[in-house]
Write a protein that binds this ligand. Structure first.
Ligand SMILES: Cc1ncc(COP(=O)(O)O)c(C=O)c1O
Length: 425
């Protein structure tokens, strides 16, 4: 500010802390009520005890900076221990990785590493990224940022990658091929062995996006739920992202990016010595890096252990099954594909001829929002997304009752709008 008299939107004199906190509390009053289990996505609640552990660890590490792990060796060891545990979970006997701020950053790191590997090992100068239309938007963001051309392939009627189309798209310029376990929009798991084999054939990298499934599928397998092969046991999978701040039940933002080996991991790091402050090495997109989410995730992992995650996964998958049965029992609604884990999309039966019986899904989303439920409205096709987590269990009966009532309210009526992630300010 050049003119000290100029009006500022920031108070010219600081305000009392209790007043400031009261204002913040008021600001939150219109936010979704995730603690009541009414949000299917965005916040993943492992329960009051898990939150308490995370909050204690967060307080300890609120100000710590993982930019320099020589200054904060505890953060270096927190990172390597979490990566080690996650490698064990995902069967990566030689895997090595880093923590990032979230799924998007892990995916950006995977895209960058694949691009640089393709250039270094195969001389690919016009790299391509081959991915199904169901893959997360973060891959397109990575391609945009790092100069890769995307080749998007369709999905089958089962909402998994169309393997024939993918085989046509993979070629000598392919740097990265993508599969998801599970994908976000419909919650299905891609055929990872087939996708990875295509990558192997041309020497490309294969990333499995397990941002949603990384801390669910291994425990689902232990619980005896059928889970097709998707992790480092699949030959050709070179990297995996798994988000602790989703179904790992840690607070935001923390995710794990693992590479199959240390040699592959080196394509991700930035090691620079050409400025006036010495050698600068960073493992991901960040410079200064909060220790808070790293330490909170470490504490939650230790607190829950394998046993705790198995319990939360059991609860989550049973809740998702109850929700699926409840939805299928409502006239005119269906689930897209056959997701068996914790993500699903509610859609309308397409073949209802009688217009007075039809349900517009986006209007249904609005009617549910009016009742205090948060489900992302997505498409194509118009559908309502649900990521179920343990915190939703307590609200499941109320949810199904409201869904049934809302379906009757909008049946045969006006259409709504898809509004997901619409704000830019
Ligand atoms: C499958 C999948 N991948 C990646 C992401 C991106 O994760 P984040 O929002 O933590 O950046 C998401 C987010 O929902 C996701 O569902």
């Amino acid at each position: 500010m050049t003119d000290p008299q100029a009006p500022s939107t920031l108070p010219s004199i600081g305000r009392p802390a209790d007043e400031v906190m009261a204002d913040l509390t008021t600001k939150r009053s219109d936010d979704v009520r995730w603690a009541d289990g009414r949000t299917f996505g965005l916040v993943f609640d492992g329960g009051e005890d898990v939150r308490a552990v995370a909050e204690q660890a967060a307080r300890l590490y609120l100000h710590e900076n993982a930019l320099n792990t020589l200054a904060f060796p505890s953060l270096g060891s927190i990172q390597s221990e979490i990566c080690g545990w996650t490698s064990d979970l995902l069967n990566g006997s030689r895997a090595a990785g880093f923590l990032t701020s979230g799924g998007t950053e892990s995916i950006l790191c995977a895209v960058l590493a694949a691009r640089d590997r393709a250039l270094a090992e195969r001389g690919v100068t016009e790299p391509e990224l081959v991915l199904p239309i169901s893959a997360h938007a973060a891959f397109h963001k990575g391609a945009h940022m790092f100069g890769l051309r995307t080749r998007t392939v369709p999905v089958t009627d089962e909402w998994t990658t169309d393997l024939d189309a993918m085989a046509d798209a993979v070629g000598p310029d392919t740097a990265l091929v993508v599969a998801s376990a599970p994908q976000y929009p419909q919650g299905t798991v891609d055929p990872v062995p087939e996708v990875a084999a295509m990558a192997v054939e041309v020497g490309a990298s294969c990333h499995v996006d397990a941002c949603m499934g990384g801390f669910v599928l291994p425990f689902a397998e232990l619980e005896g739920r059928t889970t097709q092969p998707w992790d480092f046991r699949v030959e050709g999978v070179t990297s995996i992202s798994a988000d602790l701040h989703k179904l790992g039940y840690a607070p935001k933002g923390v995710s794990v990016i693992l590479h199959r080996s240390r040699e592959l991991r080196r394509y991700q790091t930035f090691d620079f010595d050409g400025w006036l402050a010495g050698r600068y090495i960073t493992p991901n997109m960040q410079g200064t890096r909060s220790g808070l989410p790293m330490a909170a995730a470490w504490a939650v992992l230790q607190y829950l252990g394998v046993d705790g995650y198995r319990r939360l996964v059991r609860t989550t998958l049973d809740t998702a099954d109850t929700i699926r049965s409840g939805i299928r029992a409502i006239d005119g609604l269906r689930i897209l594909g056959n997701p068996v884990h914790h993500l699903l999309a509610i859609s309308a039966e397409p073949e209802i001829e009688d217009e007075t019986r039809r349900i517009d899904l986006l209007a249904l989303g609005e009617a549910m929002a009016d009742r205090g439920w948060h489900l992302d409205r997505q498409g194509p096709p118009p559908s309502l997304h649900m990521t179920v987590s343990a915190g939703n269990t307590k609200a499941v009966n109320e949810f199904l009752a409201d869904l049934s009532e809302a379906a009757e309210q909008v049946r045969g009526g006006a259409t709504g709008e898809a509004t997901q992630y619409a704000t830019l300010e």
